[in-house]
Design a protein around this ligand. Structure first.
Ligand SMILES: Cc1cc2nc3c(=O)[nH]c(=O)nc-3n(C[C@H](O)[C@H](O)[C@H](O)COP(=O)(O)OP(=O)(O)OC[C@H]3O[C@@H](n4cnc5c(N)ncnc54)[C@H](O)[C@@H]3O)c2cc1C
Length: 384
């Protein structure tokens, strides 16, 4: 295989046709990391006929990982970026296909409500042509319609909302576990151990060194190590994948409103500053709210998962404003999760600069979870 750098083109299907490394079936592939990116990649590589070993330090969907939260939003809206729109369309198909196969609900089609402050909102507006093109149209809601359909929402500062009826939310850590189980059931090998990349000789990585003293040899290595990528490859990735501390809060809804909040769509607030978002149903864990501002730099292995009181206060103020019934809602759970930021928010899929058989997949940058199955399929296609 020649060392290659894959950059994402604007159309998902053209990538599938354009990238092919020609790795023979039955080749051995070792995947490091069983989060959304690595788990799905291992599964689709195994389904493509490769002999796959998946290794994770703390297990699929563990508490340190980005994929280890309870839930994640799935939405197609990506402004004028057709590639991510298409990737999401494909991911949604694969989420539905796999959950039917496993008889386990992982996708909840609650829809996604976008709260818009002005008439024009490029992040949503520029996706509308794709929504029409791919049969995934959105619905415009005037302020009166928002009030009628979602009486819990304070509309005082809103101009309108867009409702995406095709999106919703995914069970996150449970999905990682389900993918890991399917991978093993379908013939893959899973090892729980911390990995150190082995030596590189003649332009190739020779093996992986495991914390249990063993080593794993393969023809190709795929490192899908989320926030750890910068630490694992400091020479090439230290400043490329950086880790920040992000927080999600789950608030307890009043008992008389439990059913109505549970059936509300996931929502994203386009205030242009904090980008609050949330999942009302949230798998019965409480009304979830996240703040999409980058937090402080964070060590995903040793960092304490302790909440930042200022960010929590901000989130509290916001839900009291947007959902007045939650003004004094108690915090019932919370989660600190790392963002694995790439420099421009795009995903990274490329070979190691010194080892043509070692590949890096990551840079989910706060929006990667939902794409897991489509990315896994894309990785498998590009190795074939
Ligand atoms: C607060 C928050 C909210 C988010 N909201 C959304 C959302 O609504 N929708 C969405 O689509 N995305 C969202 N994201 C982003 C999404 O969660 C991530 O992009 C995605 O989970 C990244 O998956 P990953 O597999 O790359 O990384 P991870 O899930 O972190 O997985 C990496 C895995 O690698 C393992 N590992 C690392 N180093 C080693 C090693 N040396 N040896 C062995 N194993 C190793 C770890 O144990 C871990 O399991 C959010 C992220 C956060 C933090």
């Amino acid at each position: 295989m020649e060392p290659t750098t894959n950059t994402f083109a604007p159309n998902y299907t053209s990538i599938l046709k354009g990238m092919s490394l020609g790795l023979p079936k039955q080749s051995r592939i070792a995947v490091v990391g069983a989060g959304s990116f690595g788990g799905w990649s291992a599964l689709y590589l195994s389904r493509a006929g490769y002999k796959v070993t998946l290794v994770d330090a703390w297990g699929p969907g563990n508490s340190r990982s980005s994929s280890g939260d309870e839930t994640r939003v799935i939405r197609s809206t990506y402004g004028a970026n057709e590639f991510y729109f298409c990737l999401n369309v494909r991911a949604l198909e694969l989420w539905k296909e796999n959950q039917a196969l496993w008889n386990k609900q992982l996708f909840f089609n609650s829809g996604v409500l976008w709260f818009c402050y002005q008439e024009k909102n490029p992040l949503v507006d520029d996706s509308i042509p794709f929504a029409k093109k791919y049969n995934a149209a959105y619905e415009y809601l005037s302020v009166e319609e928002i009030r009628r359909k979602h009486p819990a929402v304070n509309t005082d500062d809103l101009h309108h909302a867009w409702f995406d009826p095709h999106g919703g939310y995914l069970k996150a850590r449970e999905s990682c576990a389900a993918v890991g189980e399917a991978f093993i059931r379908e013939g893959g090998k899973y090892i729980q151990a911390f990995v150190k990349p082995g030596t590189i000789g003649s332009g190739k990585m020779e093996s992986l060194n495991l914390s249990n003293g063993d080593s794993v040899s393969a023809d190709v290595y795929l490192f899908a190590c989320g926030s750890w990528l910068g630490q694992l490859f400091p020479d090439s990735l230290k400043d490329v994948v950086t880790c920040t501390k992000q927080e999600a809060y789950y608030f307890g809804v009043p008992r008389q409103l439990s059913q109505s909040f549970d059936s509300m769509p996931a929502w994203i607030d386009l205030d242009g500053n904090d980008y609050y978002y949330g999942i009302a149903g949230n798998s019965h864990r409480g009304f979830k709210i996240g703040v999409d501002r980058r937090g402080e730099m964070f060590d995903p292995t040793n960092g304490d998962r302790i909440l930042n009181p200022d960010t929590l206060a901000r989130a509290r103020r916001f839900i009291g404003h947007r959902f007045p019934a939650l003004k004094d809602a108690p915090l019932v759970e919370s989660r600190v999760c790392p963002y694995e930021n790439s420099p421009d928010g795009n995903f990274i899929f490329r070979s190691h600069p010194e080892a043509s058989n070692a590949w890096i997949l990551g840079g989910g940058s706060g929006h990667g979870f939902k794409h897991g199955p489509a990315l896994g399929e894309l990785v498998a296609h590009s190795f074939m």
